[in-house]
Design a binder for this molecule. Structure first.
Ligand code: FAD
Length: 223
């Protein structure tokens, strides 16, 4: 994702159409800024989660461990779910970003002998599948959260993970997960809502991580 955005940005500053470089067109500016933001928030989210993983005493531990203090058990559970959420969200976004980045190159974007983007696009589709295809991980996350409801309410899980994000956005997601969890597994519409919820929720986690990085960088510049 990061590479695709970097290359698309450079190309847009080089390619001329209608008498100017294409990065002067407002639509192109919007496309590139949005893709850049997705790549940045994905990177920030990945590093934040890896930090949280490293901070877990004894690592993830297999299954859902019961004999630990409540706060440790909850933290371990959060990291377990966030790893799966990150996998499906980053893999999905990567394919979309690559697809859009290829379009910045116009016809050149789909030519394998011109740029590496078609190869990265194909690789990205593999990332969506291996180590757990989307449906399988969505189902696993759903089952896990349902299973622990007795000691970790879904709304509390969402609010804890999103601590630092604006309260309104966190409340909306907490409400949505509570509603979804009350629906039966046989409800097909529920699964669509679950899929959308997981993407929105993890994007919120990534935005929060990016916000934290930017705030820290700003403070460092001030010192
Ligand atoms: C390039 C490449 C390299 C690989 N390397 C390795 C490797 O080194 N080691 C290894 O062990 N594996 C490897 N794999 C296998 C990879 O992990 C599997 O392809 C992947 O887990 C999907 O399993 P599957 O192909 O059997 O698909 P299936 O399980 O048949 O899935 C097909 C579709 O059904 C959906 N589906 C499956 N179960 C459910 C469910 N319960 N609910 C809803 N939908 C469901 C899936 O989401 C998917 O959309 C590799 C795959 C590729 C493409």
């Amino acid at each position: 994702m990061t590479r695709a955005v970097r290359e698309a940005k450079k190309y847009a500053g080089f390619r001329e159409a209608f008498g100017m470089t294409i990065d002067h067109f407002p639509l192109m500016k919007e496309n590139i800024a949005r893709l850049e933001n997705v790549a940045r928030r994905t990177t920030a989210g990945a590093f934040k989660l890896y930090r949280d993983f490293l901070a877990l005493e004894g690592g993830l531990k297999a299954g859902l461990v019961a004999d630990e203090p409540d706060d440790v058990r909850k933290r371990r559970f959060e990291v377990r779910e966030l790893i799966m959420l990150q996998k499906i969200t980053a893999a999905w976004d990567s394919t979309e970003v690559l697809h859009e980045a290829m379009s910045v190159f116009g016809g050149h974007g789909v030519m394998e002998d011109f740029s590496s983007l078609p190869r990265l696009y194909r690789d990205s589709a593999v990332n969506e599948l291996w180590e757990g295809p989307r449906n399988v991980l969505l189902t696993q996350i759903f089952r896990d959260i349902k299973k622990v409801t007795g000691w970790y309410a879904p709304s509390e899980l969402v609010r804890n993970i999103l601590k630092g994000l604006n309260v309104e956005a966190a409340d909306k997601l907490a409400l949505e997960i509570t509603d979804i969890m009350a629906l039966p597994d046989s409800d097909i519409g529920m699964w669509r809502r679950w899929d959308i919820f997981c993407a929105d929720f993890f994007h919120a986690c990534q935005n929060l991580a990016l916000h934290e990085v930017e705030r820290t960088a700003k403070e460092a510049r001030r010192e």
